[in-house]
Design a protein around this ligand. Structure first.
Ligand code: GLY
Length: 349
């Protein structure tokens, strides 16, 4: 039986999680976003050949006119050029205000499709169909959409909630070991910020053995946070646990360190610093290191504290003289700590 999590934001929508949902996606979309005649599937060159046809057939069987637009896989496609290409494709095919975009892929596809959805004709509906664990537990839910600019990641974007999220867990079966483990870092993040039972559980079982329940637990937690702070002006920041240091490491490595690996290192840095500075006891960094190793995720980086601090200082979430760090105060609890820029290096060891 699929699991449904209802997200109550400016737009109320369901996240449906289960095996084999791609075949039912036409009917699910018709129910969640009635009145459309056209659907534009946006996907990437890895995902489209495996799952495109299944989605296309399901949509066609519900009477939709179905179009597709395939981007080269990889973060480089989350660009102004690709974004403009999507808008042109929608316009060339006479997409109107009631028509729909379906984002079939990981975070890059979800983010750029959502941004096209937020801006085409001042906003049309879009459906997220995440095919990575990382996008299933995080980026497909909560309405953050964006593209990258040459000056930095996610610098142009909008809040635009999807009309539906369909997470077919069968699509996770074709992920490489490394890509799946990347998503596990985000799962660990949820446990660390807000669910000690989940954390204990992740030390006993493996994510892949309980994938539907674990995705649903993460999405429910994100739903609670996003319902309280949809536009990211307060508590939503806790979802960035490990990310300030992680983004800095990703950037320093020229994206050689993947997002999940960087977040894992970032969580370890945050836990070690929190302990040094008296926010938690030493069990926290010990357990964060143990769980990272269990999921084959790194805990250390070759970059120095000074290099990480310098790269983190240019994070778009930093002010001129201060930056917010998400600090674990225990396993399953955290706080937002605003620190002065000159203190940052001492947090990055
Ligand atoms: N990925 C963090 C957020 O949605 O706020």
């Amino acid at each position: 039986m699929p699991i449904t999590v209802r997200v109550d934001t400016s737009n109320v929508y369901n996240v449906i999680i289960g095996e084999g949902l791609l075949e039912q996606s036409g009917a699910l979309i018709k129910d969640a976003a009635p009145g459309a005649s056209r659907v534009m599937i946006i996907s990437d060159s890895n995902v489209w050949p495996i799952y495109g046809r299944r989605l296309e057939e399901s949509l066609s069987s519900e009477g939709y006119r179905v179009y597709h637009h395939v981007l080269e896989a990889g973060e480089a496609s989350k660009s102004m050029k690709s974004y403009a290409g999507i808008l042109s494709k929608l316009a060339e095919n006479n997409f109107g205000r009631r028509d729909i975009i379906a984002a079939l892929g990981g975070g890059m596809i979800g983010d750029i499709s959502g941004f096209a959805g937020a801006t085409y004709m001042r906003g049309i509906r879009y459906i997220q169909i995440p095919t990575t664990l990382l996008s299933a537990v995080d980026s497909s839910v909560g309405g953050k959409t964006a593209i990258d600019l040459p000056e930095g990641k996610n610098l142009a974007g909008a809040f635009h909630q999807p009309s539906l999220v369909i997470c077919d867990t069968e699509t996770l079966e074709t992920l490489s070991f490394d890509t799946f483990r990347d998503g596990c870092a985000e799962v660990i993040k949820y446990a660390l910020i807000g669910d000690s039972d989940m954390f204990d559980n992740l030390l006993e079982v493996m994510v892949e053995d309980h994938v539907e329940e674990i995705i649903a637990a993460c999405v429910s937690m994100k739903r609670d946070i996003v319902s309280e702070d949809e536009f990211d002006t307060g508590r939503r920041a806790i979802l960035n646990m490990g990310h300030t240091f992680g983004h800095a490491i990703e950037k320093l490595s020229g994206l050689e360190v993947t997002h999940g690996q960087a977040v894992a290192i970032g969580m370890n840095i945050a836990a070690r610093a929190a302990c040094r500075k008296g926010f938690c006891d030493e069990l926290v960094p010990y357990l964060v290191e143990r769980i990272s190793r269990r999921y084959s995720l790194p805990t250390e980086t070759k970059f120095s504290a000074g290099e990480i601090a310098e790269a983190a200082a240019s994070d778009k979430k930093a002010d001129a003289d201060s930056i917010s760090i998400i600090v674990p105060t225990g396993v399953g609890s955290c706080r937002i700590e605003k620190i002065r820029m000159e203190e940052l290096e001492g947090w990055c060891e």
